[in-house]
Design a protein around this ligand. Sequence first.
Ligand SMILES: [Zn+2]
Length: 277
Amino acid sequence: MKIYISADMEGTAGVCSWEQCDPSNVAEYPIYRRYMSREVRAAIDGAREGGATEFVINDSHWDMRNLLWDELPDDVRVISGGRKPLSMSQGYGPGFAGALFTGYHGKAGEAGATLAHTYTSDSIFNVTINGTVCSEATLNAAFAGVYGVPLLMVSGDATIVRDVRAQMPWVAGVAVKDAIGYYAADSLTPQAACGAIRAGARDAVARAAEARPFVFEPPVAMEIELARVECADFVELMPDFVRIGGRTVRFVAPDYPSAYGAFVAAFRIAGAALVRA
Ligand SMILES: [Zn+2]
Protein backbone atom coordinates (compact mmCIF):
# COMPACT_ATOMS: atom_id res chain seq x y z
CA MET A 1 0.00 0.00 0.00
CA LYS A 2 1.70 3.11 -1.33
CA ILE A 3 1.19 6.51 0.31
CA TYR A 4 2.05 10.01 -0.91
CA ILE A 5 2.97 12.67 1.67
CA SER A 6 3.11 16.38 0.89
CA ALA A 7 5.03 18.09 3.69
CA ASP A 8 4.61 21.82 4.26
CA MET A 9 5.99 23.81 7.17
CA GLU A 10 3.88 26.80 8.25
CA GLY A 11 1.31 24.50 9.85
CA THR A 12 3.91 22.65 11.93
CA ALA A 13 3.31 22.71 15.68
CA GLY A 14 4.98 25.68 17.32
CA VAL A 15 5.54 27.66 14.12
CA CYS A 16 4.24 31.23 14.31
CA SER A 17 6.73 33.31 12.31
CA TRP A 18 8.23 33.46 8.81
CA GLU A 19 11.70 33.44 10.35
CA GLN A 20 11.10 29.93 11.65
CA CYS A 21 10.21 28.81 8.08
CA ASP A 22 12.82 30.78 6.13
CA PRO A 23 15.85 28.69 5.10
CA SER A 24 18.07 31.78 5.17
CA ASN A 25 17.42 32.18 8.90
CA VAL A 26 20.28 30.59 10.80
CA ALA A 27 18.83 30.93 14.31
CA GLU A 28 15.32 29.43 14.30
CA TYR A 29 14.86 27.65 10.95
CA PRO A 30 17.31 24.80 11.75
CA ILE A 31 15.26 24.00 14.86
CA TYR A 32 11.87 24.18 13.15
CA ARG A 33 12.90 22.17 10.08
CA ARG A 34 13.64 19.35 12.53
CA TYR A 35 10.14 19.65 14.01
CA MET A 36 8.72 19.63 10.47
CA SER A 37 10.73 16.50 9.67
CA ARG A 38 9.59 14.76 12.84
CA GLU A 39 5.95 15.41 11.98
CA VAL A 40 6.56 13.70 8.63
CA ARG A 41 8.21 10.80 10.44
CA ALA A 42 5.19 10.56 12.74
CA ALA A 43 2.86 10.41 9.73
CA ILE A 44 4.98 7.65 8.17
CA ASP A 45 5.07 5.62 11.37
CA GLY A 46 1.32 5.95 11.89
CA ALA A 47 0.51 5.15 8.27
CA ARG A 48 2.65 2.03 8.50
CA GLU A 49 0.69 0.92 11.57
CA GLY A 50 -2.47 1.47 9.50
CA GLY A 51 -1.23 -0.79 6.68
CA ALA A 52 0.97 1.38 4.44
CA THR A 53 4.11 -0.24 3.07
CA GLU A 54 5.62 2.27 0.65
CA PHE A 55 6.08 6.06 0.80
CA VAL A 56 6.86 8.95 -1.51
CA ILE A 57 7.37 12.23 0.34
CA ASN A 58 7.24 15.53 -1.51
CA ASP A 59 9.08 18.28 0.37
CA SER A 60 6.57 21.07 -0.29
CA HIS A 61 7.85 24.17 1.49
CA TRP A 62 9.79 27.21 0.20
CA ASP A 63 12.80 25.94 -1.77
CA MET A 64 11.66 22.39 -1.01
CA ARG A 65 14.91 21.33 0.60
CA ASN A 66 13.81 21.25 4.24
CA LEU A 67 13.40 17.65 5.34
CA LEU A 68 16.29 16.23 7.31
CA TRP A 69 17.27 12.87 5.89
CA ASP A 70 18.42 11.56 9.26
CA GLU A 71 14.91 12.05 10.69
CA LEU A 72 13.38 9.73 8.07
CA PRO A 73 13.32 5.92 7.81
CA ASP A 74 15.58 4.37 5.20
CA ASP A 75 12.86 2.79 3.04
CA VAL A 76 11.14 5.94 1.72
CA ARG A 77 11.64 8.07 -1.38
CA VAL A 78 11.86 11.86 -1.05
CA ILE A 79 11.23 14.41 -3.80
CA SER A 80 13.45 17.29 -2.94
CA GLY A 81 14.46 20.60 -4.49
CA GLY A 82 12.89 23.54 -6.20
CA ARG A 83 11.64 24.71 -8.38
CA LYS A 84 9.67 21.63 -9.34
CA PRO A 85 7.36 22.04 -12.34
CA LEU A 86 4.45 20.62 -10.35
CA SER A 87 5.51 22.18 -7.05
CA MET A 88 3.56 20.82 -4.06
CA SER A 89 1.95 18.15 -6.27
CA GLN A 90 5.06 16.70 -7.89
CA GLY A 91 5.34 12.92 -7.93
CA TYR A 92 1.82 11.56 -8.30
CA GLY A 93 1.19 8.66 -10.60
CA PRO A 94 -0.74 5.44 -10.63
CA GLY A 95 -0.57 3.12 -7.66
CA PHE A 96 -1.03 5.44 -4.68
CA ALA A 97 -3.69 4.36 -2.18
CA GLY A 98 -3.92 7.77 -0.54
CA ALA A 99 -2.27 11.05 0.37
CA LEU A 100 -1.37 12.67 3.67
CA PHE A 101 -0.68 16.40 4.01
CA THR A 102 1.44 17.57 6.97
CA GLY A 103 2.29 21.08 8.15
CA TYR A 104 -0.60 22.64 6.21
CA HIS A 105 -1.99 26.10 7.03
CA GLY A 106 -4.88 28.48 6.36
CA LYS A 107 -5.50 29.87 2.90
CA ALA A 108 -4.69 33.41 1.74
CA GLY A 109 -7.06 35.95 3.25
CA GLU A 110 -8.25 33.62 6.03
CA ALA A 111 -8.80 35.61 9.20
CA GLY A 112 -7.29 34.20 12.36
CA ALA A 113 -4.89 31.81 10.62
CA THR A 114 -1.17 31.86 11.38
CA LEU A 115 0.98 32.66 8.31
CA ALA A 116 -2.05 32.12 6.05
CA HIS A 117 -1.27 32.10 2.33
CA THR A 118 -1.91 30.15 -0.85
CA TYR A 119 1.34 29.07 -2.49
CA THR A 120 2.95 32.50 -2.21
CA SER A 121 1.88 35.53 -0.27
CA ASP A 122 4.06 37.67 -2.55
CA SER A 123 1.78 37.42 -5.56
CA ILE A 124 -1.39 35.41 -4.78
CA PHE A 125 -4.37 36.98 -3.01
CA ASN A 126 -7.10 34.45 -3.74
CA VAL A 127 -7.80 31.44 -5.96
CA THR A 128 -11.21 30.05 -6.86
CA ILE A 129 -12.04 27.06 -9.04
CA ASN A 130 -15.58 26.53 -10.29
CA GLY A 131 -16.62 28.96 -7.55
CA THR A 132 -14.82 27.17 -4.70
CA VAL A 133 -12.25 29.19 -2.76
CA CYS A 134 -9.09 27.09 -2.72
CA SER A 135 -6.46 26.51 -0.08
CA GLU A 136 -3.21 24.76 -0.91
CA ALA A 137 -4.87 21.60 0.37
CA THR A 138 -7.78 22.05 -2.07
CA LEU A 139 -5.48 22.62 -5.03
CA ASN A 140 -3.22 19.70 -4.13
CA ALA A 141 -6.02 17.28 -3.23
CA ALA A 142 -7.60 17.96 -6.61
CA PHE A 143 -4.32 17.08 -8.31
CA ALA A 144 -4.23 13.79 -6.38
CA GLY A 145 -7.83 13.28 -7.47
CA VAL A 146 -6.76 13.26 -11.12
CA TYR A 147 -5.00 9.96 -10.35
CA GLY A 148 -7.90 8.68 -8.30
CA VAL A 149 -5.92 9.24 -5.10
CA PRO A 150 -7.94 10.38 -2.07
CA LEU A 151 -6.62 12.72 0.60
CA LEU A 152 -6.76 10.70 3.82
CA MET A 153 -5.37 13.08 6.46
CA VAL A 154 -4.38 16.69 6.89
CA SER A 155 -2.37 17.96 9.84
CA GLY A 156 -1.73 21.61 10.52
CA ASP A 157 -3.49 24.53 12.10
CA ALA A 158 -7.14 24.37 13.12
CA THR A 159 -8.28 26.61 10.24
CA ILE A 160 -6.98 24.31 7.49
CA VAL A 161 -8.34 21.24 9.24
CA ARG A 162 -11.79 22.86 9.40
CA ASP A 163 -11.54 24.07 5.80
CA VAL A 164 -10.48 20.69 4.39
CA ARG A 165 -13.15 18.79 6.31
CA ALA A 166 -15.81 21.17 4.99
CA GLN A 167 -14.73 20.36 1.41
CA MET A 168 -13.76 16.69 1.99
CA PRO A 169 -15.65 15.28 5.01
CA TRP A 170 -13.87 11.89 4.76
CA VAL A 171 -10.46 13.43 5.57
CA ALA A 172 -9.05 12.86 9.07
CA GLY A 173 -7.93 16.17 10.57
CA VAL A 174 -5.18 16.62 13.13
CA ALA A 175 -5.12 20.20 14.44
CA VAL A 176 -1.78 20.86 16.13
CA LYS A 177 -2.38 24.54 16.93
CA ASP A 178 -4.99 27.27 17.10
CA ALA A 179 -4.16 30.62 15.59
CA ILE A 180 -4.23 33.64 17.81
CA GLY A 181 -3.41 35.85 14.86
CA TYR A 182 -1.22 35.98 11.79
CA TYR A 183 1.95 35.88 13.89
CA ALA A 184 0.84 33.99 17.01
CA ALA A 185 -0.48 30.55 17.85
CA ASP A 186 -1.61 28.49 20.80
CA SER A 187 0.12 25.19 20.01
CA LEU A 188 0.65 21.64 21.13
CA THR A 189 4.29 20.88 21.84
CA PRO A 190 6.10 19.34 18.88
CA GLN A 191 6.28 16.04 20.77
CA ALA A 192 2.54 15.97 21.47
CA ALA A 193 1.80 16.96 17.88
CA CYS A 194 3.83 14.00 16.63
CA GLY A 195 1.81 11.65 18.82
CA ALA A 196 -1.46 13.06 17.49
CA ILE A 197 -0.27 12.90 13.87
CA ARG A 198 0.89 9.30 14.28
CA ALA A 199 -2.50 8.27 15.68
CA GLY A 200 -4.36 10.27 13.02
CA ALA A 201 -2.34 8.77 10.16
CA ARG A 202 -2.82 5.25 11.51
CA ASP A 203 -6.61 5.62 11.66
CA ALA A 204 -6.82 7.47 8.35
CA VAL A 205 -4.86 4.83 6.44
CA ALA A 206 -6.74 1.98 8.11
CA ARG A 207 -9.98 3.59 6.87
CA ALA A 208 -8.69 4.50 3.42
CA ALA A 209 -11.46 2.56 1.71
CA GLU A 210 -14.01 5.11 3.01
CA ALA A 211 -12.23 8.09 1.40
CA ARG A 212 -12.96 9.49 -2.05
CA PRO A 213 -10.82 11.33 -4.59
CA PHE A 214 -11.58 15.08 -4.67
CA VAL A 215 -12.35 16.15 -8.21
CA PHE A 216 -13.17 19.42 -9.98
CA GLU A 217 -15.47 18.57 -12.86
CA PRO A 218 -14.42 19.98 -16.25
CA PRO A 219 -14.46 22.57 -17.61
CA VAL A 220 -12.23 23.89 -14.85
CA ALA A 221 -12.72 27.64 -14.47
CA MET A 222 -9.96 29.19 -12.40
CA GLU A 223 -9.92 32.77 -11.17
CA ILE A 224 -6.72 34.09 -9.66
CA GLU A 225 -6.69 37.35 -7.76
CA LEU A 226 -3.08 38.46 -7.79
CA ALA A 227 -1.53 40.59 -5.11
CA ARG A 228 -0.65 43.47 -7.42
CA VAL A 229 -1.75 44.96 -10.73
CA GLU A 230 1.71 44.51 -12.28
CA CYS A 231 1.43 40.76 -11.69
CA ALA A 232 -1.84 40.63 -13.66
CA ASP A 233 -0.25 42.72 -16.46
CA PHE A 234 2.04 39.79 -17.27
CA VAL A 235 -0.12 36.81 -16.33
CA GLU A 236 -2.82 37.97 -18.76
CA LEU A 237 -0.32 37.66 -21.62
CA MET A 238 -0.54 33.88 -21.42
CA PRO A 239 -2.85 32.38 -24.06
CA ASP A 240 -6.46 32.06 -22.93
CA PHE A 241 -5.96 34.07 -19.74
CA VAL A 242 -8.57 36.82 -19.55
CA ARG A 243 -8.19 39.94 -17.42
CA ILE A 244 -11.42 40.33 -15.49
CA GLY A 245 -10.27 42.94 -12.99
CA GLY A 246 -7.35 45.12 -12.07
CA ARG A 247 -5.64 42.29 -10.26
CA THR A 248 -7.74 39.33 -11.39
CA VAL A 249 -7.41 36.88 -14.26
CA ARG A 250 -9.60 33.99 -15.39
CA PHE A 251 -8.61 30.83 -17.21
CA VAL A 252 -10.87 27.99 -18.28
CA ALA A 253 -9.12 24.65 -18.79
CA PRO A 254 -10.44 21.43 -20.28
CA ASP A 255 -9.07 19.40 -17.36
CA TYR A 256 -7.53 19.89 -13.93
CA PRO A 257 -3.86 19.14 -14.80
CA SER A 258 -4.02 21.92 -17.40
CA ALA A 259 -5.55 24.31 -14.86
CA TYR A 260 -3.03 23.43 -12.16
CA GLY A 261 -0.11 23.76 -14.59
CA ALA A 262 -1.41 27.16 -15.67
CA PHE A 263 -1.70 28.17 -12.00
CA VAL A 264 1.95 27.27 -11.33
CA ALA A 265 3.03 29.15 -14.45
CA ALA A 266 0.89 32.14 -13.41
CA PHE A 267 2.37 32.50 -9.95
CA ARG A 268 5.90 32.09 -11.30
CA ILE A 269 5.30 34.83 -13.88
CA ALA A 270 3.59 36.97 -11.24
CA GLY A 271 6.64 36.57 -9.02
CA ALA A 272 8.94 37.65 -11.83
CA ALA A 273 6.77 40.73 -12.40
CA LEU A 274 7.37 41.90 -8.84
CA VAL A 275 10.89 43.13 -9.57
CA ARG A 276 10.83 46.78 -8.62
CA ALA A 277 11.75 49.19 -11.40
ZN1 LIG B 1 2.15 26.33 2.28
